[in-house]
Design a protein around this ligand. Sequence first.
Ligand code: C5P
Length: 223
Amino acid sequence: EHIPVIAIDGPSGSGKGTISQILATKLGYHLLDSGALYRLTALSVIEQGIDPDNTEAVAKAALNLDVVFEPQLDGEQKVLLNAQDVGVKLRLDETSAMASKVAAIPAVREALLTRQRKFREKPGLVADGRDMGTVVFTDADYKVFLTASPEIRAERRHKQLIEKGVDANISHLLKSIIDRDERDRTRTVAPLVPAEGAFVIDSSHLSIDEVVQQILDFIGFSE
Ligand code: C5P
């Protein structure tokens, strides 16, 4: 039986995470935050003191992740790694940088493939990431590519971190966003590019609600 997938790809800070959560809640679909899997791998690497250049060891850490996602009533997800709540640690700059590093390792992406596809359950899935439409769910029913200017994305990330009580510097964030984009776009495996036929939305000057509405119109959903 066909289980529908809505793939939402784009760079960090494009609003993907929030928008995917809202869509999943509205549609009553499951949610895959694939970035969290790369962040969790990064966190394991950091905490276990694994050499990030040892691709075999990093891939093994990705394969053996002991992770539980617990959907909360507000649409957020609690993330438990080895039974510990790692919500804050996952968003640290150090973790972000390590995530994009481990994400460039083909064996890591391969290791996370099956785990990601298991999220496809009835009645449907909203999949948030970089390669949801191009690699993981090539047969997705709808593919969206969400972007925004680096400056706007840095501002959004800054606000998000401050709200979570994490100290952050905006020019540092901008630099790390530009570096990370560059790495994500130019890597040889699953580079960040819009899938063929994707609906491209630049959210720089759109509110969250406006983006959500554009996507709901695109998939033909009316409340
Ligand atoms: O989306 P988020 O910022 O949480 O992703 C963290 C990192 O994981 C990204 O910078 C990217 O390198 C990697 N990633 C990826 N493929 C995905 C999701 C995330 O390579 N589908």
